[in-house]
Design a binder for this molecule. Structure first.
Ligand code: ADP
Length: 394
């Protein structure tokens, strides 16, 4: 089925019409730096300057061109599904209101997702619109992995629990891994490491997410591009006391100025950080060392959570491209039965058409893979699956 997938970030729009089975792209749109004078839209080979445009205006102007390709449905990425949504859902006015009510849970993401939904529903009122949630895959987390050790009344009052994110990517690469290994995902224990600007690890036990490193918000867990990941919560209290930081300042500190950017002092891009580290920059070396150490800690922990592991998968920008990060994370896991083939790790490449590479040695009991993730393909598949199920039910 031809599906238009729309992914609205806080300052960007990525949209594509693609075949939900093969992933083949028929048309693509990318808008960057929304709300600034430098805002640009690229569709195909053309580039348009659209200063100060917001999500709604950009989609109103460029969606009609994508619609000409003839999508039969629209799949929207929605970051937070809260307690309401644990599977994809067809969007109507009531669902739109429910999504609006969830915005406080993901203030950086859900309002942008909703702006995209509103503009696209206006522009394409005659085809179904489906919301696909980052959190949905983790709705299977057992309660012991959901709870924070806080007073329960407070947790209940504010919905303080671990939800997890990047579900469309974790589930996608776990499925691809099972296919590659010629096995059923329901028979495997897989640790998936999504390492992009946002980063998270997931323990996929026999097909179900049983633990993941992001929590109530996407700040918990690994060292990310600009997010701190795990820190001692006592530090926040210290900073409020000693630096007089306000709530908004803490928000900016943890979400925008920490992570690789904060540690390295040269920005969030791992390519730059690796280059400078190779030239001897100590802060950049530290940024890499702290990130890799945290990742290895999570991999060990998740093997313990599942009582073993059959495959470990690296994905997203850093996971698919950084030989050094995979070496640091997987190079000392032989105690788990995971033996890295250093040469394969250095030389293997993945692409959309050839998405899986194996980097474990032949005698490795645990298989080590890196896999090209494809969120748009994952969302289009979920969209088509929901519509197919509904059609069968009718
Ligand atoms: P997003 O979460 O924004 O989709 P990506 O999955 O594109 O992010 O990942 C971006 C990260 O991948 C950046 O830190 C970038 O530097 C890193 N990356 C991309 N290519 C390479 C490479 N060849 N070597 C190391 N890191 C890379």
């Amino acid at each position: 089925m031809k599906v238009l997938v729309i992914n609205c970030g806080s300052s960007s729009v990525k949209a594509a019409v693609l075949d939900s089975e093969t992933g083949e792209r028929y048309a693509e749109l990318r808008v960057e730096r929304l709300g600034t004078r430098e805002c640009v839209a690229r569709d195909g080979t053309e580039q348009h300057s659209i200063p100060e445009y917001d999500h709604g205006r950009a989609l109103a102007e460029f969606l009609p061109k994508l619609a000409k390709v003839g999508p039969l449905a629209v799949g929207h990425r929605v970051v937070h599904g809260g307690e309401c949504f644990s599977t994809p859902v067809q969007i109507d006015d009531l669902v739109e209101d429910q999504l609006e009510a969830l915005s406080p849970l993901a203030p950086l993401h859900n309002p942008a997702n909703l702006a995209g939904i509103r503009a696209a529903r206006q522009c394409l009122p005659d085809i179904p619109h489906i919301a696909v949630f980052d959190t949905a895959f983790h709705s299977t987390l057992p309660r012991r992995a959901q709870y924070y050790a806080l007073p329960q009344e407070l947790s209940d009052k504010h919905g303080l629990r671990r939800y997890g994110f990047h579900g469309t990517s974790h589930s996608w690469v776990a499925e691809r891994a099972a296919q590659f290994l010629g096995d059923e995902l329901a028979r495997l224990r897989v640790i998936t490491c999504h390492l992009g600007n946002g980063a998270s690890v997931c323990a996929v036990e026999y097909g179900r997410s049983v633990e993941t490193s992001m929590g109530m918000t996407p700040v918990e867990g690994l060292v990310m591009g600009t997010r701190s990941g795990d820190i001692d919560p006592g530090i926040l209290i210290e900073l409020m006391r000693k630096e007089g930081l306000s709530v908004d300042e803490l928000d900016v500190l943890l979400n925008k100025n920490s992570g690789l950017a904060g540690l390295s002092g040269v920005g969030r891009d791992m390519r730059d950080i690796e280059e400078r580290a190779a030239q001897g920059d100590d802060k950049c070396r530290m940024a890499i060392a702290v990130s890799a150490h945290r990742l290895r800690k999570y991999i060990g922990a998740y093997a313990a959570v599942m009582g073993g592991v059959d495959a470990i998968v690296f994905t997203a920008g850093i996971g698919e491209n950084s030989v050094a990060m995979r070496h640091r994370a997987a190079g000392r896991l032989s105690f788990l039965g995971a033996h890295l083939d250093e040469e394969a790790n250095r030389n293997a490449k993945v692409s959309r058409s050839n998405p899986v590479a194996e980097i474990s040695a032949p005698h490795s009991r645990v298989r080590l893979l890196f896999i090209a993730t494809d969120d748009a393909h994952s969302i289009s598949s979920s969209t088509a699956a929901l519509l197919g199920r509904d059609a069968i039910a009718k």
